[in-house]
Design a protein around this ligand. Structure first.
Ligand code: RIB
Ligand code: CA
Length: 304
């Protein structure tokens, strides 16, 4: 059965580079579902259309949640005013009238099972709403790959919490409880090993694509090179790229089946993810071959 992949995203600079990569890698990407996070839902949805215009891809975009299931959203600052480094392209593309949660309900109820995978690279609120509406349907997913959480290092929102999980730990908690072992977590501590700067974009041969990706990324690269928590990176941290790359070439990653807990109580550790003893409930990415990923990115982006 041919897999169908939905990317659930808050584009977002690293989302944009990841989505462009997945499309150029010819992953069977069925659609994009947008969610608040790196900017407002409005901006993230418009940015999703811009990315599809940039890579000349015509798949539907379904607007999702504009805030977490509970509490207030925490929007990012590292992606520029419009969430895409100020970059945009005029496009005739429009988002669908169908809401993301209704789209998920429809495609999963029509699926025989083990066919539809989701790569979630923003807060997992859309999937959390699906679990609330039709808890049984999420079990029909093939895989749910989630960029989120952090283990053994500081978070990027609080010392304990990574941005996507901090925004909506309840949704991740319900996914871990319901979709037994279909979840793979791509945590920030591994993602931080992968940083892109203009040296990467200079190796992309298509001039429109290279300049578009470089323009999208400049503010993000500047933000991370000045990052104080980790003393500055040598480029923008490519969080979301790892979640998509896992589907393109899993051989460059190391994983471990582990039991993960999410802190949903309002406290200093709100949004914390931790590995605990017991029956594994997900796979966690524990390492990546950085040089192989960079080479893969450039060769895929240069495909005709
Ligand atoms: O913590 C990193 C995550 O938050 C990435 O998905 C990035 O795009 C932001 O959404
Ligand atoms: Ca993201």
């Amino acid at each position: 059965m041919i897999e169908k992949i939905i990317i659930d995203t808050d584009p977002g600079v690293d989302d944009a580079l990841a989505i462009a990569f997945g499309i150029k890698a010819r992953l069977p990407i069925e659609s994009l579902c947008t969610v608040y996070g790196n900017s407002t839902l409005e901006n993230c949805s418009s940015n999703a259309l811009t990315i599809l215009e940039l890579v000349k891809c015509d798949i539907p975009v379904f607007r999702g949640a504009d805030k977490p299931i509970r509490g207030l959203s925490r929007l990012a600052e590292s992606h520029g005013d419009n969430g895409l480094g100020g970059f945009s392209i005029d496009t005739a593309k429009k988002t669908s009238e169908v809401l993301a949660v209704d789209y998920y309900q429809d495609i999963l109820s029509r699926s025989p099972g083990d066919e539809v995978s989701v790569i979630a690279i923003g807060p997992t609120t859309n999937l959390g709403l699906l679990v609330e509406k039709s808890p049984e349907l999420i079990k029909k997913a093939k895989k749910i790959v989630i960029m989120g959480g952090v283990f053994g290092e500081k978070g990027n929102v609080t010392p304990y919490a990574e941005f996507n999980v901090f925004n909506d730990p309840y949704s991740l908690d319900s996914l871990l409880k319901l979709s037994k072992n279909k979840v793979t977590i791509v945590p920030a501590n591994v993602c931080r090993k992968v940083t892109f700067n203009n040296e990467v974009f200079n190796q992309i041969t298509n001039p429109d694509l290279a300049s578009g990706l470089a323009k999208i990324s400049q503010i993000y690269i500047d933000y991370y090179t000045k990052d104080k928590d980790f003393g500055g990176f040598d480029g923008g941290v490519m969080y979301d790229l790892l979640a998509v790359a896992l589907e393109v070439d899993s051989s460059i990653f190391e994983t471990q089946k582990l039991r993960v807990r999410v802190e949903t109580e309002k406290s200093d550790t709100f949004g914390l993810t931790e590995i605990i003893p017991g029956e594994p409930n997900c796979e966690v990415i524990t390492n990546v071959d950085v040089e192989k990923l960079k080479k893969l990115y450039i060769s895929v982006m240069n495909r005709k």
